[in-house]
Design a protein around this ligand. Structure first.
Ligand code: BGC
Length: 254
């Protein structure tokens, strides 16, 4: 079976048809820049452009980098504030002329990793309460989180906005923070370790999965996280996880 996944980000909007059983892209993804206005209507047009590129007519799932409850955007830390309170699922359904499922970007990425990536080995019966939740963190423009308790998603957790040493965590330890603050891998690794130990103190996880495009360079920073007691593994679907997860959610009966 196939469905189409679109990942809306602060800089780019990317999409591809997805082979659901394999959890892989059926074609090279197509990406357009996020419209400069960042406004819902303009972004919806860009999503339409991505879908039209493939002439796709089937089910569609879309991710958004903010809290999404019942299709309504509740927060937009790195997007235009006009999104907040909008039924973006309805807007996209109108623009694309077919039902669209909308979900938080990190939740989508986490669902994909749990089924097809780094979390799949734990998604087995018998691995239960004592082993603690699996926590997927996406390190990109912001920090997104997806928590799985007994492999069931707790949606819309916002661990990227935990306060750590007086700072919003994503301003300290996202991939963008590394660039904006001009940090070496070592300096950024110290911040990431500080953040992960804070999350560890709060949740006693059984596993951390680190995603986002930066997960391709995991060999540069995983060795710097020796102070984290929880096992830390890189995401396996890297930057495709959001697209795959969106497509997986699209296919669920509405
Ligand atoms: C948002 C989250 C999102 C994350 C990654 C954060 O700023 O609040 O909802 O998952 O960025 O895009």
């Amino acid at each position: 079976m196939e469905a189409f996944g679109v990942d809306i980000g602060g800089t780019g909007i990317k999409g591809a048809p997805v082979h659901l059983e394999a959890g892989s892209l059926r074609a090279d993804r197509f990406e357009v820049g996020t419209p400069q206005s960042g406004r819902p209507e303009d972004v919806a047009d860009a999503v339409r452009h991505v879908v039209a590129h493939f002439g796709w007519k089937g089910p569609i799932g879309v991710t958004f980098p903010g809290v999404v409850a019942d299709g309504v955007v509740q927060s937009a830390a790195n997007m235009h504030p006009a999104w907040v309170g909008r039924s973006a699922e309805h807007l996209l359904t109108q623009r694309l002329e077919r039902p669209v499922a909308l979900v938080n970007d990190a939740d989508a990425a986490g669902v994909a990793e749990m089924t097809h990536g780094a979390g799949r080995r734990r998604a087995q019966p018998g691995v239960h309460f004592t082993s603690g939740p699996t926590i997927m963190l996406t390190l990109g423009t912001g920090i997104g989180s997806a928590i799985f308790v007994n492999d069931v998603l707790v949606p819309n957790t916002e661990l990227g906005h935990l306060e750590v040493d007086g700072h919003d965590a994503e301003k300290l330890a996202s991939a963008r923070a590394r660039q904006v603050d001009g940090l070496t891998w070592e300096a950024w690794g110290r911040r990431l370790q500080r953040y992960l130990t804070h999350v560890e103190m709060l949740f006693s996880p059984g596993l951390f999965i680190l995603g986002g495009g930066i997960s391709r360079q995991a060999n540069r920073f995983l060795p710097l996280l020796q102070g984290v007691k929880t096992p830390v593994v890189p995401a396996e679907l890297h930057n495709d996880a959001g697209i795959v997860g969106a497509a997986m959610i699209a296919h669920q009966p509405q």
